[in-house]
Design a protein around this ligand. Structure first.
Ligand SMILES: C[S@@+](CC[C@H](N)C(=O)[O-])C[C@H]1O[C@@H](n2cnc3c(N)ncnc32)[C@H](O)[C@@H]1O
Length: 219
C-alpha cells in the first residue's frame, strides 16, 4: 500500500497510482527519504521530486539557487543533473538542518558542487547577483511573493522558476479549506500565483502535483 497525505490535493487513488509507478530509490536519497519520514522533515513529495528531476534532465543547469534546503534532499537530487562545472547554492536558516544538510552533501560526495548558506533567505536573496538557470522556491511560503522580483532579476532568459506548495493542501484554491491561522500565508500564495501569471517576463503553469507547483520560464 502506497502512503499518501490525507491533505492531498488530488484524489488519493491518483496519488497512489503515480507513486506506485515511481521506481524505488537507493543509496543516500533513500536514506534521506526514510529519515525525513521518520523525523517529520518536510522534503519534496515523490511526484514533485520526479518533476524536478525531469526539468533538470531537460535543462542541465549550470547554476541553481534553492530557497529551503532542509536536510539537502532536493539539492542532492538536482545535483545529479548539473551541467559541466555546475553548482547549487541553497539557503537554510535553521542551524541544525544546515549541519545535517552539509553532512549529507559531504557523504554524497557533492561538497564541491553544493553550498549551503545558513541565513534567512529574505536577507540573502537581495544580495545575490549573476544569473541562475533554475531557482527552486521551497522555503517560507508567506514570502514567495516578496521574493518574486529578485527571482526574476536573478533568472537567466530561458531559466526556470519552480515554486512548491503553492496549492497548500488545497487552501489556496478554496475558501472552505482554509484554516484560520493560515489565512495570511494563503492570501500571499494567491497573490504570488496571480503575480507570476500576470508578469510579462514569465510564462507560468500551475500544476496540481504534490502540494501544487508553479513552473515559470523567464522569457
Ligand atoms: C520544505 S523544507 C525544504 C525541503 C527541501 N527543499 C527538500 O525537498 O529536500 C523548507 C525549509 O525552508 C527553511 N526555511 C523556512 N523559512 C526560511 C527562510 N526565511 N530562510 C531560509 N530557510 C527557510 C525551513 O527551515 C525548512 O528547512
Amino acid at each position: 500500500m502506497v502512503e499518501y497525505d490525507k491533505d492531498a490535493i488530488v484524489y488519493p487513488y491518483i496519488t497512489e497510482f503515480i507513486r506506485g509507478e515511481i521506481p524505488k530509490r537507493s543509496g543516500i536519497l533513500k536514506e534521506l527519504e526514510d529519515y525525513a519520514r521518520e523525523n517529520s522533515v518536510p522534503i519534496v513529495q515523490p511526484e514533485t521530486a520526479k518533476l524536478l528531476e525531469t526539468l533538470m534532465c531537460l535543462k542541465r543547469p549550470v547554476r541553481i539557487l534553492e530557497i529551503g534546503c532542509a536536510i539537502g534532499y532536493s539539492a542532492i537530487l538536482m545535483a545529479q543533473y548539473l551541467g559541466e562545472g555546475g553548482s547549487i547554492t541553497t539557503l537554510e536558516w535553521d542551524a541544525d538542518m544546515t549541519a545535517m544538510a552539509r553532512e549529507n552533501i559531504k557523504r554524497a560526495g557533492l561538497s564541491d558542487k553544493i553550498t549551503v548558506i545558513n541565513n534567512d533567505a529574505k536577507e540573502v536573496i537581495p544580495t545575490l547577483s549573476g544569473e541562475y538557470d533554475v531557482i527552486f522556491l521551497d522555503g517560507p511560503k508567506a514570502h514567495y511573493i516578496h521574493m518574486l522580483n529578485d527571482c526574476i532579476r536573478l533568472l537567466k532568459k530561458g531559466g526556470i522558476l519552480i515554486a512548491d506548495n503553492i496549492l497548500y493542501k488545497g487552501m489556496t484554491a478554496d475558501e472552505e479549506h482554509v484554516i484560520r491561522r493560515k489565512i495570511t500565508i494563503v492570501k500571499r500564495l494567491r497573490h504570488f500565483i496571480s503575480a507570476q501569471m500576470q508578469r510579462d517576463e514569465l510564462e507560468t503553469v500551475i500544476l496540481p502535483l504534490g502540494d501544487g507547483v508553479t513552473v515559470a520560464v523567464r522569457k
